[in-house]
Design a protein. Structure first.
Lengths: 505, 164
């Protein structure tokens, strides 16, 4: 296989920036694509070249396979990296790349198709002796009896779905027919196929997933696990590696199961096997994500493996790292900074970023899709950046993340920053006692109750004093390029005025 | 200097009295703080006898963004005191506006339509989230200032209702 030279990055935002960084390290030329809404976006500025591919609607730009491949052809790219989201898990894109002789930096179309059908993925998992959540994949006629046998409550899921979309919980036989019909409707409109299946709903489970790398020839290694139990509506908010819940024996069994499954589909590139861990410490395969994940940095920081570079190396035909050589160290935690307002039902926010600072501190990594002065468009998902902390152990990583989030400033679009700050100091999070329901059932209500409290007086005082400082007033305080970190007499920014301090841990 | 800020539903009155040499008295809703103030680069350092906290303030028209590590963030709207009377009478941003900038995906009302309270008039989408704009009361649609596929700003009314 000849080495790669020029890569089309078929994505935007932080993951496009992340892939561009890997290209630069590997000496590959990076070609960004952009919609009208992203003409001045950070990924466009960072790439070696950039190609306009259409209007801001995703269907006519980032999702349009012909436009992506047209851009690759026009710029002479010999490879395409899909990132995550958009067409990353589209077998059609992988197949179209193969047809045109463009290397798809990801799995084969066949592996994407197999794992994309959750019933096929479950069947394959059973063959590979990987436990799956008890479920039912047969016809509608038998669903009622099957659900009773599985045990209530059950989940109705779309066969071609994923990430929780269109999923419905049913508590008894009463609501089953209606839930099946509704799920089938959503499955047809969202995934083009009305097939659904049933799974037992596991209470108080944890979300644990295993990173794998496959060579496409039946070889596969695992790069250990991540825990992503802190979720809202199946969207992960905070992720970490290693999983606090696992002991070495259970970790070995879960990681080996994931590698077995990846080998079974002759998986190529980076992928993730998602599991639920029940309170009785049984684990069950949920689905495989056939792409790089948002939360890949926590694995990179602990395992010391650059997963995006690994994807390129595998795409160029290089061998996998040896399993024995993969020995994670320390602990890493990621917080997803999104342009959503948790106080108003996580309403998406957009608009210009007037100020954006994440403190540069030991053990902190920032993967961002935006810089100060950029505008967050309303057309795409709300992820602004990921703040990732590494520490020798979990307490050190969490402490570093707490300090980094406290010192992070985003002025402009509303964000979830206050929620993140609340989460990293919550006793349940500190104790590592997580479940997939914890955030929505317990943590979010107590955050919202606190957010409804009074404004700290120091913040009102500062706003008012800024107005009095000359004609420009507060605006003057907004000018200047940096956080002014080099002053010799710098005052510790984390020193607190005890008197103004408000409640909360 | 007397200033008024709105935070969510609440109004706050702040009076700033400079005493010279970087010393200030700030009364917030009648409660006094005695502070020292120093500009350091683009930040303000506010001190009292407990210590010093660094604060970032950004202004954008009437909006103020304030962050202080350890105290969190706040977004405030500076209110012109003369407009307070109006505000108090409920002349706040229309509930027939999108609360977020986005794209109008559906227009379900046309001028002349009689609509019921709670009826969906428009659907706006931003960042994969669809939001229905509902009729806040019964009435007749006087004007629709949105077409499917067009972008909309936050707070700008998209539909006008009149008494039917």
């Amino acid at each position: 296989m000849k080495p790669l030279a020029r890569v089309l990055i078929a994505n935007r935002g932080e993951i496009a920036c992340r892939v561009i960084a890997a290209c630069r390290e590997l000496g590959l030329r990076s070609v960004a694509v952009y919609s009208d809404a992203d003409a001045e976006a950070l990924h466009v500025r960072l790439a070696d070249e950039a190609v306009a591919i259409g209007p801001s609607e995703p269907a006519r730009s980032y999702l349009a396979i012909d436009r992506l491949l047209g851009a690759a052809e026009k710029t002479g790219c010999d490879a395409l990296h899909p990132g995550y989201g958009f067409r990353a898990e589209s077998a059609d894109l992988a197949a179209a790349c193969a047809e045109r002789g463009v290397v798809f930096v990801g799995p084969t179309a066949a592996a994407i198709r197999t794992m994309g059908d959750k019933r096929a993925a479950r069947a394959l998992a059973r063959e590979a002796e990987v436990p799956v959540v008890p479920g039912y994949e047969g016809g509608i006629e038998g669903a009622g009896r099957a659900a009773a046998a599985i045990g209530w409550p059950v989940l109705v899921k779309a066969a071609l779905g994923g990430g929780g979309k269109g999923m419905r919980r049913v508590d008894d036989a009463h609501g089953l027919d209606e839930a099946l019909a509704a799920a089938a409707r959503i499955a047809r409109s969202s995934f083009g196929d009305a097939s659904v299946y049933l799974e037992r709903y596991l209470e108080d489970a944890r979300h644990i997933e295993v990173q794998v790398l496959g060579d496409g020839r039946g070889g596969a290694v695992h790069v250990h696990e991540r825990e992503c139990s802190l979720q809202r509506r199946h969207q992960k908010v905070i992720e970490e590696a290693p999983a606090p819940a696992l002991d070495p024996a259970l970790r070995d069994r879960m990681c080996a199961a994931a590698a077995r499954l990846a080998a079974r589909v002759s998986y190529r590139s980076a992928g993730t096997c998602e599991f639920l861990l029940a309170p009785d410490r049984q684990f069950y395969f949920l689905e495989m994500n056939t792409r790089i994940q948002v939360e890949h940095p926590v694995t990179e920081l602990t395992a010391g493996i650059d997963l995006v570079k690994a994807q390129f190396r595998i795409a160029a035909g290089e061998p996998l790292p040896a399993q024995e050589s993969i020995a994670p160290r320390g602990h890493a935690i990621e917080a997803r900074l999104t342009a959503e307002d948790p106080v108003r039902g996580f309403l998406p926010q957009a608009g210009p970023i007037l100020r954006f600072d994440v403190p540069n501190l030991p053990g902190i990594r920032l993967d961002s899709g935006f810089a100060r002065g950029d505008t967050v468009p309303a057309d795409y998902d709300s992820l602004l950046a990921k703040v990732i902390a590494w520490g020798a152990d979990r307490a050190e990583a969490l402490g570093r993340l707490r300090i980094a989030l406290d010192g992070t400033i985003v002025h402009g679009p509303g964000t979830n920053l206050e929620l993140l700050r609340f989460l990293v100091r919550h006793p349940r999070v500190i104790a590592g006692e997580l479940t997939t329901q914890l955030l929505e059932a317990e943590l979010l209500p107590s955050f919202l109750a606190r957010a409804a409290g009074p404004v700290p007086p120091v913040l009102l005082a500062a706003a008012a004093i800024a107005e009095t400082l000359g004609g420009a007033g507060a605006a003057a305080a907004a000018e200047g390029a940096t956080g002014g970190g080099s002053d010799a007499d710098r005052v510790d920014p984390f020193h607190r005025l005890g008197r103004f301090r408000i409640g909360g841990a | 200097m007397r200033l008024s800020y709105r935070h969510g539903e609440r109004l706050h009155e702040v009076e700033v009295s400079p005493l010279g040499e970087g010393r200030y008295t700030v009364a917030i809703d009648g409660v006094e703080l005695h502070l020292t103030v120093r500009k350091n680069g683009e930040t303000l350092e506010l001190g009292d006898h407990h210590g010093v906290v660094r604060v970032w303030v950004t202004a954008d028209r009437d909006r103020r963004f304030v962050t202080a590590p350890g105290f969190g963030d706040v977004r405030l709207d500076r209110i012109d005191p003369r407009s307070l009377g109006r505000g108090a009478r409920g002349d706040l941003p229309s509930d027939l506006a999108s609360p977020m900038p986005g794209r109008v995906v559906k227009v379900l009302a046309a001028p002349g339509d009689e609509v019921k309270q709670g009826q969906t008039l428009l659907v706006v989408e931003a960042m994969k989230t669809e939001l229905a704009i509902l009729a806040p009361r019964d009435g007749r649609v006087a004007r629709v200032a949105a077409a499917p596929g067009t972008m909309c700003e936050a707070g700008k009314p998209l539909v006008e209702l009149e008494e039917s």
